[in-house]
Write a protein that binds this ligand. Sequence first.
Ligand SMILES: C[S@@+](CC[C@H](N)C(=O)[O-])C[C@H]1O[C@@H](n2cnc3c(N)ncnc32)[C@H](O)[C@@H]1O
Length: 269
Amino acid sequence: MSRAYVHGYDERESVRLQDQASSVLELLHADTRYPPGSAVLEAGCGTGAQTVTLARNNPEVRFTSIDISAASLAEAKARVQAAGLTNVTFRQQDVFKLPSESFDHVFVCFLLEHLARPLEALRALKAVLKPGGTITVFEGDHGSTYFHPDNALAHRAVQCLVDLQKQAGGNANIGRQLYPLLREAGYGAVRVSPRMVYVDASKPKLVDSFTRKTFAAMIDGVREPAIQAGMMSAADFDAGIRALHRAAEDDGVFCYTFFKGVALRETKS
Ligand SMILES: C[S@@+](CC[C@H](N)C(=O)[O-])C[C@H]1O[C@@H](n2cnc3c(N)ncnc32)[C@H](O)[C@@H]1O
């Protein structure tokens, strides 16, 4: 794992991940289906924000969902149980120390952006993937953020998160690199599709769940470390956050692009 998980593990982050999951659910899961009977590894499942949808959409698939954080796993387990789903096994596991076993498919969401060695993680996941199996990777890219009305302090506040994540060994702009990373890790048939979230006031639920409760909340989550590191003054940072919320008003617009990569472990590799 990167030196520090930039978003932290507190309750506010857990709520944010749930809001994020419900607002991007369609973008990610609408075309994510696995054949009945297959065994799928979900790497970096966190608090189970994707696990519930994966398990519900694929009732005849056995999921093994791993994460390095015991606290997140406990929450994920409770969430899956509360949803009445029985096709998930949870395990505390470092993605870089996977035991020798094999899966039909691998699913990864918002994990690579936090790793100092994403390429190595993709190779480690390939090692547990059966030939002919697929890996699905979903990552964001904060450099894809734009909004109306535009505001320089809001961009600077976003950059604080990008810089802090970099200092922690991660890469908040990794979405654009999925294609080269998957290729370099030795996967075949790599296909990456950008999934844009476009939010205006005609979609009030998305305004609330994505612009406010996912994106602005995520940037606000690094307020203290950003100010402590001298990246921005408290007044400028708060003005930047207000400007992000301004984009959630009736005449505001917010855009962000996720990237979904799907690739194959080829039979000859
Ligand atoms: C942003 S969360 C994403 C969680 C979930 N996939 C989702 O979409 O909500 C990233 C997760 O990766 C986990 N993680 C970080 N490094 C890891 C590693 N080396 N092995 C396994 N999990 C790791 C963190 O504990 C965290 O739960």
